[in-house]
Write a protein that binds this ligand. Sequence first.
Ligand code: 26Q
Length: 806
Amino acid sequence: MDRLKAEILRKLTFSLGKNPSVAQPHDWLTAAILAVRDQIIDVWHRSTRESYATGRKRVYYLSLEFLIGRSLADALNNLGLTSAVSQAMSDLGVDLAAIEMIEPDAALGNGGLGRLAACYLEAMASTGVPALGYGIRYDHGLFKQRIDHGQQVEVPEDWLSFRNPWEFERRESAYQIGFGGAVSGTQKPGESVWTPEETVFAVAYDTPVIGWRGRDATTLRLWRARALHPLSLDAFNAGDLYGAVAERNRAEAISKVLYPNDSTPAGQELRLRQEFFFTSASLQDLVRRHDRQFGTLDNLADKVAIQLNDTHPALAVAELMRLLMDERGKSWEQAWSITNATISYTNHTLLPEALETWPVGLMERLLPRHMQIIFGINARFLDSVRRKAGGDSVDLASISLIDEHHGRRVRMAHLAFVGSHTVNGVSALHSNLMRQTVFAPLHQLFPERITNVTNGITPRRWLLNANPGLTRVLQDVCGKGISDDITQIESFAAHADDPALRERLIAVRHKNKLRLAEVVKRETGVIIDPRALFDVQIKRIHEYKRQLLNILETIALYDAIRSAPYRDWAPRVKIFAGKAASNYGTAKAIINLINDVATVVNNDITTRDRLKVVFLPNYNVSAAEIIIPAADLSEQISTAGMEASGTGNMKFALNGALTIGTLDGANIEIRDRVGDGNIVIFGMTASQVEAAKRDPRPTEDVIAHTPHLPDVLDAVAGGAYSPGERDRYRDLIDGLRANDWFMVLNDFDSYRRAQMRIDALWADQPHWWRMSVANTAHCGWFSADRAIRDYADRIWRAGPNFAPQG
Ligand code: 26Q
């Protein structure tokens, strides 16, 4: 304790040059992080050394996004140092919990895919899988969201403004990344010479990620773009100030900002530069490391597994081929067999508009050698298919890496699929739909290639740290072993009927709700009653996620309460949070509508103690950690077939919220585990949605035959919630009336009835809490540890079960 106190003081004094009497909260935060970081270094070095010494296989997780959030509280918990550091800080007159709250979120991701990468890095450190995550060190993460007059306003995020005490800059680990130029020589291995027109440096920044009980640590290595020549003195001397720094600005733009789009690809050149920049730097780095250790690349696939987090790093297929052929003189066949045996790919979406494609012309200009290699892969691939097919006709256009219909574009998902030994989806339904839809023709040719690994979440952050109250209850009931093996919470189920346990759970939830109510009051001014049912939908705003369905049902409920004010309505608070991509007009209109409905409802005294609507601004990881443990009801209401998995759904269920949801993504597996009676399912199935899209029912017909729906739509379209601008939602509603692409109208009645079932369940509190206990008890399986072991055993063939002998 005294040692920790001395360490923190030393950091404050010698690393920050501050005296305790003048230290600001941020100085204390930095000093604490630096002291804690020191505690990680030994483990980190040992982890890395051991995996070298034993020649174990390493996993490289390539992801353009890592949505980490804060790190201090998590690191302390994993190290078992929370109370020691808290005591040390308190001896120094500082409140650790308050200091933890000012750590900025590392928001280097948009949503699910980025958060998954962060959960997996921590889970690899916790399960002993030697791993390194590669990504970009964006100067600016996902924008901050303000709500002005009900509308989203994007504000730049600036997480590095106080420097980042977790990271180590590695100037010695810098690689040159080329763009443009031309290819000369022959196309033969070792004879192709790519002379880029432009070159930038990728400089590494390393952050250790500490695993549970501090047993192991993994590394997050993020690349920053720097110019080869930061200043042109010639231009400067000639009086051209901007010209003097032009190269620098152009180079550094690559790692300037995260693209805030979480589905539809932006299609801009800078994005393609980001993708190649980090892919090339990562591959050069891992190839060099391997070569130094083994002196050959022939055994690369035995010692290295490269996981592609969606297609964003799919250029890895072409870049690894280039490195093996052009820089190491391997034959095409050798290079191809190494590449294919090393790389695997995770798909996170099936929405056709979300699949990445790049114009061949742009690729040829920016990455001429890679375009040649992709053509080479495609030619050999199509040839082999033709040969194998014999006389049978195969639709070559559908499997080609080049889409010839839309002005010749490279299909990145096809490139990743063909270049990988294994391709996985992220829930059972999603993996099956992959086989049946987007990848059907490729699946025919490679029936073994697609597999499923259902997503997982780290129970350390999302249960132990976010919900210490529930954790204590679980430890009392199921034993301390749950923190090492979360599946042991299964035994919680046997206590579902215990009234004393129920009282404890109610008290824990109440406290969590009070904490959320304070945040809501501070951020929105709205006062909510913790005794009400907290009904929560928090996620990126998207038409397929159907926040619109939720808010339209909210309006129907509001009308129903007003027309029968004396019925014993279950008091509800509808809580929404989430960001819309800056160029996604419909999503922004939905945010606006939620806020407008909130204004009307929250100011109506007839519904005062029955219904409140809240839109909490600036949803991020830290907000989720406060909201989820306070939720009674989790909204997972995507159009069936469209949410690949979802991971928020798992966090809520583990924390004991009930789910109202569709048969989509991992909701199905949650239902399978908690049981039909402990989840409220509604709406069309994925195959019904598919059928309805093929043969749509006229929307006028759907509307006319759906109780309450005509009134709700008319009210919104007619300006009842936007009195200052009556036509504000005219287009939004006309869009729905024209085409119910996301089945908002089709599922409305089923959803409304499901919500009425929720009301009835809430009225029987003992029953509600039995259901809640079942949800927690049966959701340990959704641990990221389980997911990582599955990847390690079946895809990477790495980790504890593949440890070297002796
Ligand atoms: C692509 C090209 C250009 C610009 C941006 C993008 C881009 C960026 C992020 C495309 C997609 C994303 C993110 C997708 C995502 O988060 N998908 C979610 O992944 C989760 C983890 O597997 C799933 O649980 C969710 O169902 C899925 O929507």
